[in-house]
Design a binder for this molecule. Structure first.
Ligand SMILES: [Fe+2]
Length: 312
């Protein structure tokens, strides 16, 4: 009995850093579980630190795949570089059968990477995949948004009956970064297509920080380009910013359960720096100013306020 009391007291007095390490996703059976990383290809200890956190969190949250926002390899791209900057850091999760899906960044050799089997690009610069009925991911090549890609995207989106349409690519259409800022050229080409076809969520990298953008025309945008590189002080928070962090390395965990997408952003020490969810509202008529499937963001407060203690 005394032992039980002792355990109860221990749980009630957990320090805040431990609370910050709690899984804040529902972790429901049958949901779509994945991780998001960006600008990873350094091969240095910062990439390894995030890779280790990815492996550690998978014991609590069994995500099935990882999407990569580009700049997958900085510098050399010889076979030994693919090992050092990808295969070795992520070996524990690759070995556990986790699949990676890459998008191309401005530092990436398209000819090499699209044919690198573990990136699952099937030889293409842009491609889509469907992890489960109702959810489709589209990897774009934001380095060259040419007619071939736009025609493909239009066709794919027209054919897709998926409720959740998630885009991922390197250059952020909206960003408060001082170094790069919003990719307005790409935005001008892509955003009208996204709005017409009811895209819900857009994930990007390129900026070496984390920024959750306020929804733009009903679409939720995230920048996560700090999974190995960090540009401290580069995030000039603006009217676009819902939340941002340019002082810590980070990755994201996401979960789609029915009409809700939950997210949790975690730093190199395993501490949660942002969490929340967005909800699909359902189909409405598209207009040039609004997506056909608007989302309601920030169903939960953020940045994280430690919630009620959990007993397990
Ligand atoms: Fe980049």
């Amino acid at each position: 009995m005394r032992r039980l009391v002792f355990i109860a007291v221990l749980i009630a007095t957990l320090p805040l850093p431990i609370a910050g390490q709690e899984l804040r996703l529902p972790n429901k059976p049958g949901s779509v579980k994945f991780a998001v990383i960006g600008d990873t290809g350094t091969g240095d200890r910062n990439q390894v630190a995030i890779a280790n956190e990815l492996a550690s969190w998978r014991t609590r949250y069994p995500y099935e795949f990882v999407v990569m926002m580009g700049d997958n390899l900085y510098g050399g791209e010889n076979p030994k570089d693919f090992d050092k900057k990808f295969g070795t850091p992520y070996k524990p999760i690759l070995g556990a059968g986790v699949k990676f899906y890459a998008a191309l960044g401005n530092h990436d050799d398209a000819a090499l990477q699209r044919n690198y089997k573990p990136f699952n690009m099937n030889g293409e610069r842009f491609y889509s995949f469907k992890p489960q009925g109702g959810v489709r991911f589209f990897a774009l090549d934001s380095n060259y948004v040419d007619k071939a890609q736009l025609d493909w995207l239009e066709k794919e989106l027209t054919a897709s009956g998926s409720e959740w349409k998630i885009m991922f690519f390197h250059h952020p259409l909206y960003s408060s970064g001082e170094t790069h800022g919003s990719a307005e050229l790409q935005r001008g080409l892509l955003e009208p297509v996204f709005l017409k076809h009811g895209v819900n969520v857009v994930l990007s990298g390129h900026e070496h920080f984390y920024e959750r953008i306020k929804p733009q025309k009903g679409i939720a945008y995230f920048i996560i380009g700090s999974s190995a590189k960090l540009r401290k002080g580069d995030l000039a928070k603006s009217e676009l910013t819902a939340y941002g962090n340019d002082s810590e390395y980070a990755f994201m965990l996401m979960e789609i359960a029915g009409d809700e997408l939950f997210f949790q952003t975690i730093n190199q020490s395993g501490k949660t720096i942002d969490t929340g969810s967005i909800k699909r509202v359902g189909k409405v008529d598209p207009t040039p100013a609004r997506t056909a499937q608007p989302v309601v963001p920030q169903a939960k407060p953020s940045p994280v306020q430690p919630g009620p203690r959990q007993s397990k």
